[in-house]
Design a protein around this ligand. Structure first.
Ligand code: ARG
Length: 273
């Protein structure tokens, strides 16, 4: 009897959680699929408290004691570190949470609004984490790295799967490959169907664009990493920052360009030796 039940349960639950169609992948991020368990060991979830510790943003482990995220996730008004927790890489959000305390939040002093740039922040953990094959930091790029179009880049997160469509339970971490769109081309695209003057830059030098109508990050992915495979290593190229909707025509996702902030990051975070 017990054996029968054990056989029937996974079948039952797969019926209950069945996706609307075989071609529709479930999960956060627009397009893409659920991330394999061993992938993206640097992905973290930032939490704030209101009834429960809910997910506010993504982030990435860049050192055993430091998390990189977006300025708008924790600023621009100064937040008390006691009001934030960090959940390390997990397959399903909120299942068996193990939340880590934070000792310091540093928002870039040049950050005011996402459109203004400098949308970047650092979070120091009270204690360094144990590095395992499931949890480890991502490498930062050398300052000279430009991530030209054609580079293989991926974005990950537990954010919305479409405009105003949130990730359904069991909240699996999602991944999607996104095409890099050169800054000049991205700026031209963002000027379409907008009143912004042609001479007014929308995509600043400290931003990086990626995505199309099939693949993009979305609300709730902010602060999370855009990583690219360069010379056989994953490098963090961007931090999810903003966009005009998600996966809209002529509106690629906009990321904070990590190479623009290496000096600022290393003012606080020791270089991995
Ligand atoms: N600002 C959003 C957030 O707070 C991220 C938006 C990214 N948008 C995009 N089209 N890629 O989660």
């Amino acid at each position: 009897m017990l054996k029968l039940l054990m056989l029937a349960l996974p079948l039952l639950s797969s019926l209950v959680h069945a996706a609307p169609g075989p071609a529709v992948p479930r999960g956060g991020i627009v397009g893409g699929q659920e991330a394999p368990r061993y992938r993206w060991p640097w992905q973290v979830s930032l939490r704030a408290y209101n009834i429960y510790w809910f997910h506010i943003c993504g982030g990435s482990l860049i050192h055993p004691q430091w998390v990189l995220t977006a300025g708008h996730c924790v600023g621009p008004t100064i937040m008390n570190p006691n009001n934030i927790r960090v959940q390390l890489r997990k397959q399903n959000l909120y299942y068996h949470d193990h939340l880590l305390p934070v000792s310091q939040i540093i928002t870039h002093p040049g950050f005011y609004t996402v459109q203004g740039g400098a949308d970047i922040a650092l979070i120091k953990l009270k204690n360094p984490v144990n590095i395992t094959s499931y949890v480890r930091p991502v490498s930062l790029p050398p300052a000279s790295e430009t991530f030209p179009s054609g580079t293989s880049c991926w974005v990950t997160g537990w954010g919305d799967i479409g405009n105003n469509v949130s990730l359904p339970p069991p909240y699996p971490l999602k991944e999607v490959q996104v095409p890099i769109v050169e800054n000049h081309l991205c700026d031209l695209k963002y000027h379409k169907h907008r009143s912004t003057g042609d001479n007014v830059l929308i995509i600043h030098d400290d931003m990086l664009c990626a995505g199309n109508e099939q693949s993009d990050s979305c609300q709730g992915d902010s602060g999370g990493p855009l990583v690219c495979r360069v010379r056989n290593t994953w490098l963090q190229a961007g931090v999810v920052s903003w966009g005009d909707g998600c996966a809209q025509p002529d509106r690629p996702g906009i990321y904070t360009r990590v190479t623009s902030y290496l000096d600022w990051i290393h003012r606080y975070v020791p270089k991995n030796s």
